[in-house]
Design a protein around this ligand. Structure first.
Ligand SMILES: [Zn+2]
Length: 1132
């Protein structure tokens, strides 16, 4: 398939309006970039160099220029309901075509590096193949080879990103290990021979066999060297020491950027590689930016990864050549810090040759940066056909033009296959991630609330779908054709309106439900239980008052803080004060209710002693208005610590306490939340009693699943009963014990749409503040109650499977006792039948009926239309990597409940390989098997799969606590895409280089150990944990500024809870960074300090997802090689 065909969204001629091209996206967007500009480019144009090798390459993709993606005329607007609205009227081409946006494609071509192919086990064999020609000859050649290869790779990568910015710009700003894009220098090394007009795409193509670079993919090639490289390398003989010690090279990282720069050799390949020279160069100032990088990384990388893989045959090869060069430079450069480490390697003979440089492999930082370059400060219009919306974390203004914002719903595919067979072939799951109450930036209009009075929303008679912007009005406006089932309905008299010449209702722009993808209706009593308007929800606080709770300080803390937290109670838009009433109860081996009726002189306590038959001892006075009963609430809270100070009771009747809360809501006839504060596992002879069944030996065995099943039916049953009443449970688990059976608790809490907050080995000093923040967030967040969600799809599609904190009694109605702004529900969609023809649309409509915190019954609708296609390449082109991984993650976690980990891992790998092999076979250019060609939009799949199979929620670590594992599984199940992205690729950012006057967060770096410098300090966070890692050569002044002690050894990492306040710029800046990190997550993460080389470092390492795991899980590089090999096998 030609580039053209891939590029042009079929059937979307009018697509002109699409401006915002997203990188993974269609190449066409870049076209402008690619094609044209180059031609005029002066020969010296930097990027061409990268291209180097490929020369033979086929015709560069130049032609695509003509993309439809171009900012088209306003025409595109037509048909867009929203168009009419003033504010929506945007200039179609928000995106300057020439903008840096272009990058994505480039990246795609990564080509070079990954020696994946070659590297792969049998390095030897493969090398041979492709590399052969070039490599041949002198050992030198080989060295070169690799270098070249790498160059290419990275270069390519860079290019992509560089896009806008001309290469050639200063190489220096590059964060170590950072994203390629910043490394402009790359361009540098001039490849001789390259015709000036060569489009950089070539780079992509791995040099060698250049074929015409495929449009949307990222091709990695294991191949070493480009031709040019080969030349001139005299010194490298295949060294003796080919067998390289595995981690001989502390890669680049240590070396850090600086060293790299000195490296000419690399860059130039051409140049002088040998040790001798290398050294020399190092010294000097390095001209080549690009070179620089290569060098370093090349070396380094090879090393790390190489270890395992290279081993066999490959080893030999790599070694030889690499040796010379790497060594030399490494040695020289590393000098300082790296010294220690480098030493080994450098000294040793070999450096690998065809190692894939980690720098050159596809990674999220480059993808995120490209997306950010494309959208930051811009607008994305949701009706843009065949376009993956901006990435979840990209800051962008999203305008609803009839499709809901991607903040509310994302699809795994934005071009849906017309038939099941196509989907089946490509192995991509079809599904949605729905976050019905997602928070949106203020300037993105809030959802309109439509009040149709007694009539309610207009619905389709056949499928019961709701009126939306995608229905079509016919017969002069007297009928509307349902977009979901194609049934022609009569328009009710009260809703009729004339049509304009385009068939659009004259009042369309005045009716939000006909203009916006997301809208709310006020429901009629037909949508209420027993046809009665609901009461506003109530929040009941159930606090454990056992000895454990008192001694840990939990009771004291809550007594002090609850009154303030009540100020956070939520209200509907426009309300002056919250209508949510509160109730207070405590429990040990009995349950105690408090009468807070405003007219009482003082609060009264009533005890329910018979926990086998819980009843509510008071009807009036339990649920109260916070303001009206303020003095009584304060009196109770103040008295609680005194009342239980001397308690010796250690038995908790958590189950009956929850039952009591549920009874209270039933009695009040309202929905609500039960905030349960627990300090121990319920024991003793009473309902809901649990046994300690902690047995880590079951991890990763066939019996592991037993750990995640509830111990008894009490809790799942109680959860189901809560759902009937709309009672949502938020549990705060603050036990100091190692096991409280979160898995069993989760079976109850998840069913209610609630959440468990877990503070392992609860410590009031380090966890108290976090608990209060999490509680304030939970109390205040927007939540819908007593909700039913229904997902309707176009005829031919059906929502079949659901993930989330939810409960279902049939196959279609998703019951959510509560659903808040941080929760997502994932839906898998399957085929019943064929969809329309090429270019037709497929529709999804999510309808959520709920009770608002103000007690209004409302219906929230989110509509989404995506294009249908017969072309496999189009399916791949518009795949949403992040949403797919979100779904893979949830599927893996659910399967743990009945399938051994190993099977899950095997299945996921198989599916990924099948997915990529199908692309390779059906969508990419025929090319040498040495190239690993990845679909552009899914080029991060190997990396994310690598991370998924070893993330803590899926893969139990031998030292994991069962509760922590069960808790992560609970969290993952309801995770929105905005949370699964950092969970699968943690943010790692250097803080030692952060300047006091900087604002914002430091640029993140890649997620592998070798990217950390020993004199550096880094923060890593994934939404659940925040780690501050201090390199062993951390400057003492920094330690003094931040910790107030004189050396690393004096830092008490065990007792560390949070950063102390010191009045100096370093401390201030670091605390500001941490505050910013915390602000973007829904949990107040625990902060941990880890010193390099300490035992605790294992905690950090397990989050470095590009490295191999301690449990035998592969590194990213290993996995790339494995996948490449398997794809080749599959195609053979
Ligand atoms: Zn219908």
């Amino acid at each position: 398939m030609s580039w053209d065909s891939q590029a042009r969204p079929p059937g979307q001629p009018g697509a002109g309006m699409m401006t915002g091209q997203r990188s993974g996206g269609p190449m066409q967007g870049h076209s402008g970039f690619a094609g044209p500009p180059m031609q005029g480019a002066p020969p010296s144009m930097p990027h061409q160099n990268m291209v180097g090798p490929p020369m033979q390459a086929g015709p560069p993709a130049a032609g695509h220029a003509a993309m439809p993606g171009q900012p088209g005329g306003p025409a595109g607007m037509q048909g867009h309901p929203g168009a009419g609205q003033g504010q929506h009227q945007q200039p179609p081409n928000m995106m300057p075509p020439s903008s840096p946006a272009g990058p994505r494609p480039m990246q795609g071509q990564m080509a070079g590096p990954p020696g994946a192919g070659s590297m792969a086990g049998p390095g030897a064999g493969r090398m041979a193949g492709p590399g052969a020609g070039q490599m041949a000859g002198p050992g030198a050649g080989q060295m070169a080879g690799p270098g070249a290869g790498q160059m290419a790779g990275p270069g390519a990568g860079q290019m992509g990103q560089m896009a806008g910015p001309r290469p050639g710009s200063a190489p220096s700003q590059q964060p170590p290990g950072g994203p390629m894009q910043s490394q402009p220098g790359f361009a540098g090394p001039p490849m001789q021979g390259v015709p000036p007009s060569m489009p950089h795409q070539n780079m992509a193509g791995p040099p060698m066999h250049a074929g015409p670079p495929a449009a949307g993919h990222a091709a990695m090639q294991g191949q070493p060297g480009g031709p040019n490289s080969a030349q001139g390398h005299p010194s490298m003989g295949p060294g003796p020491g080919q067998q390289q010690p595995p981690n001989m090279m502390p890669p680049s990282s240590h070396a850090g950027p600086p060293p790299m720069q000195g490296h000419p050799g690399a860059g130039q390949m051409a140049g002088p590689p040998g040790v001798g020279p290398g050294a020399g160069h190092m010294a000097g100032p390095p001209p080549m930016g690009g070179a620089v990088q290569m060098a370093g990384p090349g070396a380094g990388q090879m090393a790390g990864p190489g270890a395992g893989q290279m081993a066999g045959p490959g080893a030999g090869q790599m070694a030889g050549p690499g040796a010379g060069q790497m060594a030399g430079p490494g040695a020289g450069q590393m000098a300082g810090p790296g010294a220690g480490q480098m030493a080994g390697p450098g000294a040793g003979p070999a450096a690998p040759q065809q190692r894939i440089s980690p720098e050159s492999t596809p990674h999220p930082l480059a993808v995120w940066q490209a997306d950010s370059d494309l959208y930051t400060g811009k607008t994305f219009y949701t009706n843009t056909p065949s376009m993956v919306p901006p990435l979840p974390m990209t800051s962008c203004h999203i305008v609803d033009q009839g499709n809901c914002s991607s903040r509310f719903m994302r699809s795994t595919l934005y071009n849906v296959p017309v038939a099941q067979e196509i989907l089946h072939n490509c192995n991509i799951p079809l599904g949605l991630s729905i976050q019905p109450f997602a928070k949106v930036p203020q300037r993105e209009n809030t959802i309109y609330v439509v009040n149709n009075g007694d009539t309610g929303p207009v619905r389709c008679r056949r499928c019961k779908g709701y009126i939306n912007p995608h229905v079509s009005f016919v017969d002069g406006g007297r009928k509307f054709v349902c977009n979901l089932c194609n049934f022609a309905n009569e328009v009710p008299d009260h809703y009729q309106c004339q049509l304009d010449q385009h068939g659009r209702r004259l009042d369309a722009s005045e009716r939000p439900e006909l203009s916006y993808g997301s809208v709310e209706f006020l429901a009629t009593t037909d949508y209420c239980k027993e046809s009665k308007w609901p009461e506003p929800p109530a929040y009941i606080f159930l606090i454990e008052v056992t000895y454990q709770s008192v001694s840990s300080g939990l009771l004291n803390l809550l007594s002090r803080m609850l009154r303030l937290i009540f100020d956070e109670l939520p209200k509907d838009t426009g309300e002056q004060k919250s209508k949510v009433r509160i109730g207070l109860a405590t429990f040990d081996n009995t349950v105690h209710f408090y009468n807070l009726k405003a007219s009482l002189a003082q609060p009264q306590m009533m005890v329910v002693a018979d926990v086998n038959d819980v009843f509510l001892p008071l009807l009036d006075g339990f649920l109260v208005d916070v303001e009206e009963s303020s003095s009584l609430i304060e009196a109770v809270l103040q008295e609680l610590p005194n009342m239980y100070r001397e308690t010796r009771e250690t038995t908790s009747c958590l189950g009956p306490a929850v039952q009591a809360g549920l009874e209270a809501l039933k009695a009040a006839g309202c929905a609500g939340k039960l905030f349960v504060f627990s300090s121990s596992m319920p024991k003793g002879d009473m309902p809901g009693m649990l046994k300690n069944r902690e047995d880590r030996a079951l991890f990763r065995t066939d019996k592991e699943k037993n750990l995640y099943a509830p111990q008894n039916p009490f809790y799942p049953d109680l959860g189901a009963n809560c759902v009937k009443q709309g009672a949502c449970i938020e549990m705060f688990n603050c036990s100091t014990a190692s096991f409280v059976d979160i898995a069993t608790m989760s079976s109850m809490v998840s069913a209610t749409g609630g959440e468990i907050h877990l503070y392992p080995y609860f410590n009031i000093q380090t966890d108290g503040e976090r608990l209060v923040k999490d509680l304030a967030h939970s109390v205040g967040r927007q939540t819908g109650f007593d909700a039913v969600m229904r997902v309707r799809c176009s005829s031919g599609l059906r929502a079949t499977d659901f993930w989330g904190n939810l409960h279902m009694n049939n196959t279609t109605d998703v019951l959510l006792a509560g659903v808040d702004c941080d929760k997502a529900i994932s839906v898998e969609v399957k085929y019943d039948d064929k969809l329309g023809e090429e270019g037709a649309q497929a529709y999804y409509q999510v309808a959520l009926l709920y009770t608002s915190v103000g007690g209004q019954r409302r219906l929230r609708l989110h509509n989404l239309a995506v294009s249908c296609t017969k072309q496999l390449a189009e399916v791949y082109r518009c795949a949403d990597m992040d949403t797919i991984m979100n779904m893979f993650l949830k599927k893996a976690v659910r399967k743990l409940q009945d399938t051994p980990y190993k099977s899950i891992r095997g299945h996921l790998l198989e599916q990924s390989i099948a997915l990529l092999a199908c692309y390779r076979k059906e969508c990419s250019e025929p090319a040498s098997g040495a190239r690993l060609i990845l679909p552009e939009a899914l080029k991060l799949l190997p990396l994310y799969v690598c991370s998924l199979i070893k993330c803590e929620a899926v893969c139990a670590q031998s030292d994991s606590r069962i509760d922590d594992k069960a808790w992560l599984m609970h969290q993952v199940t309801c995770m929105p895409v905005t949370a699964s992205v950092p969970y699968l690729y943690p943010t790692v950012m250097p803080v030692h280089t952060a300047r006091p006057d900087d604002k914002g967060l430091p640029a993140p770096i890649r997620c592998y150990y070798e990217a950390l410098q020993q004199e550096g300090i880094y923060l890593l966070e994934n939404g659940f944990v925040l780690i501050l890692w201090l390199g062993r050569f951390t400057h003492p002044a920094w330690v003094k500024d931040v910790f107030g002690v004189h050396s690393l050894a004096e830092i008490d990492t065990e007792k560390f809870g949070k950063l102390q306040v010191f009045d100096n710029p370093t401390s201030t800046r670091l605390r500001a960074i941490v505050a910013q990190l915390l602000a973007r997550r829904s949990h107040c993460m625990k902060m941990v300090v880890v010193l390099q080389g300490s035992q605790k470092e294992a905690l950090l390492r397990r989050h470095l997802c590009e490295d191999g795991g301690g449990e035998g899980t592969p590194s990213y590089m290993d996995l790339l090689c494995h996948i490449h090999k398997e794809i080749r096998n599959a195609l053979a």
